[in-house]
Write a protein that binds this ligand. Structure first.
Ligand code: MG
Length: 420
C-alpha cells in the first residue's frame, strides 16, 4: 500500500482499561493496541498524546521495528511501566494494521500456527468448599484442565482475605475503596509463615478432592521472604504443581539460583518485569520454566516475540499474564503469540471465560474461551474491533486516593507495607 502514513493517534481510558487507536491515511484502516496500566492510566494517556503522537504522525506505519526502536530511545531514559505501556499501545496497533493490510491474522505473519487454540487456566472461586467444587467441576465439564487455586486460600483462611486491618492495636492508615476492581487489593494483612501453611493446605485440599490428574497453579504474589519461598517450594513438591507463580519478587531474582538447586517445582515469573536486564539472565541461566510477561509492560508484541524466540532453545515456555487489567485487545495480542509459538505453555484467561456484557459489546470479535482453550476468530490483524462510542460512555474514574493506594496496602501484622 503506497504512501500509507499515520494520520492520528488516540488514547481511550475506559473503565480500568487503556486502549490506543492508530489511524492511517487510508480511510477505515486503523489498528488497536493495549496500553493498560490501570493504576497510572492518565500518565499513559499523557505520554501517548503529548509525546508519541506528535513524534509519529506522518510516519509509515509499516516500519514497526524502526518505530519501536526510535520511540524506545527518543526520551534518552527508557523502559519502565509508563513508557513501555504507551509504546505497547502503538506497537500492537501497528502490528494490527500490518495484519489488516496483509489480510492475515498475526499468527500467520509470525510464521503460521503451531496449534488450533491456546490451552487456558481458569480461577475457580466460591464462598465455601462445596461451592468451589461445584464451580471447578463445571469448568472441568466444559473442558478445562488447569486451575489457579488461590481461591482455596480465602475459603480455608477467610481472615487472610479480609479487606480491613485485623488483630491490630495500632491504627493503620487505610484508603476508602471506591472502585470494585480496586477494592479487592485494599488493606489486607498477611503473615508470611501463615501464608506458607495456608498455601500448602490449599494444595492438599485440592489433591484430596480432585485427585492427581488436574493441573494446579498458585500465584504467591511475591509476598514471601526468599527463604520462606524456598521452604514453600519444597513443601509443595509432593503435590505436583503445574507451576508456582511469582514465588519471589523481581528484586530477589538472584535467589532463584539457590531455589533451582534445591527443588524441582516449576517456576513461572515475569508479569512484573519491565526491563531486559530483569528478564534475560532468568532465561539464559535457566532460572524459570514459564516466562510470564505482561506484554504491554515490556513494550508490546515486538519485544515479546523476540523474547519468546530466545526462550525456545532454553526449554522455557510462555504463560503470558492475562488478568482483568489486560484489555481484550491485549488478550488478542497474547493469543496471536500463543497460536504461533512452538514453546507456548499455557494462557491465563479468566476475564474472557464469562466476560461481562459491556466488554463483549465494546470489543466485538474478542477471543473466546471454550472447551478449556482460547480461540481466535482468525480475522486479519488482531481480529478485534472497538466501539469507541461505548467506551466514551464508560470513562475511567478520575484518579483519587483509592487509585493512589490501590496496590500498596498489603501489610504485615505490625503495619509494615509489603508487596501487593
Ligand atoms: Mg500473578
Amino acid at each position: 500500500m503506497a504512501d500509507l502514513t499515520i494520520r492520528d493517534i488516540r488514547c481511550f481510558l475506559t473503565r480500568h482499561l487503556v486502549v490506543v487507536k492508530v489511524e492511517t491515511s487510508e480511510p477505515e484502516l486503523y489498528g488497536l493496541g493495549c496500553a493498560t496500566f490501570t493504576y497510572r492510566a492518565t500518565a499513559i494517556a499523557a505520554v501517548v498524546h503529548d509525546y508519541l503522537r506528535p513524534f509519529l504522525v506522518g510516519k509509515d506505519p509499516s516500519q514497526i521495528e524502526d518505530i519501536w526502536q526510535s520511540c524506545m530511545v527518543a526520551a534518552y531514559w527508557r523502559n519502565g511501566p509508563v513508557l513501555n505501556n504507551a509504546l505497547s499501545g502503538i506497537d500492537m496497533a501497528l502490528w494490527d494494521i500490518k495484519g489488516k493490510v496483509a489480510g492475515m491474522p498475526l499468527y500467520e505473519l509470525f510464521g503460521g500456527r503451531s496449534r488450533e487454540a491456546a490451552a487456558v487456566y481458569l480461577v475457580p472461586g466460591g464462598r465455601d468448599l462445596q461451592e468451589f467444587d461445584d464451580n471447578l467441576n463445571r469448568m472441568v465439564d466444559e473442558g478445562c484442565r488447569h486451575f489457579k487455586i488461590n481461591g482455596l486460600q480465602s475459603i480455608l483462611e477467610p481472615d487472610m482475605s479480609r479487606h480491613a486491618p485485623i488483630s491490630l492495636t495500632r491504627k493503620i492508615p487505610t484508603v476508602d475503596p471506591t472502585s470494585g476492581y480496586l477494592q479487592k487489593h485494599m488493606g489486607r494483612i498477611e503473615d508470611s509463615r501463615r501464608l506458607v501453611r495456608v498455601i500448602e493446605a490449599a494444595f492438599d485440599t485440592f489433591r484430596t478432592r480432585f485427585g492427581p490428574e488436574l493441573n494446579a497453579l498458585y500465584d504467591v504474589h511475591e509476598r514471601l521472604p526468599p527463604m520462606d519461598g524456598l521452604a514453600l517450594a519444597k513443601r509443595l513438591e509432593k503435590y505436583d504443581p503445574y507451576f508456582i507463580e511469582d514465588l519471589l519478587a523481581p528484586e530477589d531474582n538472584d535467589y532463584y539460583r539457590i531455589l533451582r538447586q534445591q527443588t524441582s517445582v516449576p517456576i513461572a515469573m515475569g508479569e512484573l518485569y519491565n526491563h531486559p536486564h530483569e528478564i534475560v539472565p532468568m532465561i539464559k541461566d535457566r532460572l524459570l520454566d514459564f516466562l510470564r510477561l505482561h506484554l504491554s509492560q515490556v513494550g508490546g508484541l515486538t519485544p515479546a516475540r523476540k523474547l519468546t524466540s530466545l526462550c525456545e532453545p532454553f526449554g522455557i515456555r510462555t504463560a503470558w499474564h492475562g488478568p482483568g487489567d489486560v484489555s481484550p485487545v491485549g488478550h488478542a495480542a497474547n493469543l496471536m503469540l500463543d497460536l504461533h509459538a512452538w514453546n507456548f505453555g499455557i494462557q491465563e484467561a479468566a476475564p474472557l471465560y464469562r466476560p461481562d456484557s459491556i466488554l463483549s459489546d465494546m470489543f466485538p470479535g474478542m477471543p473466546q474461551v471454550r472447551e478449556g482453550h482460547m480461540w481466535s476468530n482468525d480475522g486479519p490483524g488482531l481480529g478485534i474491533e472497538f466501539d469507541e462510542t461505548l467506551a466514551v460512555k464508560h470513562p475511567t474514574p478520575a484518579p483519587d486516593a483509592a487509585a493512589m493506594g490501590a496496590m500498596g496496602n498489603v501489610r504485615r501484622p505490625d503495619g509494615t507495607v509489603i508487596r501487593p
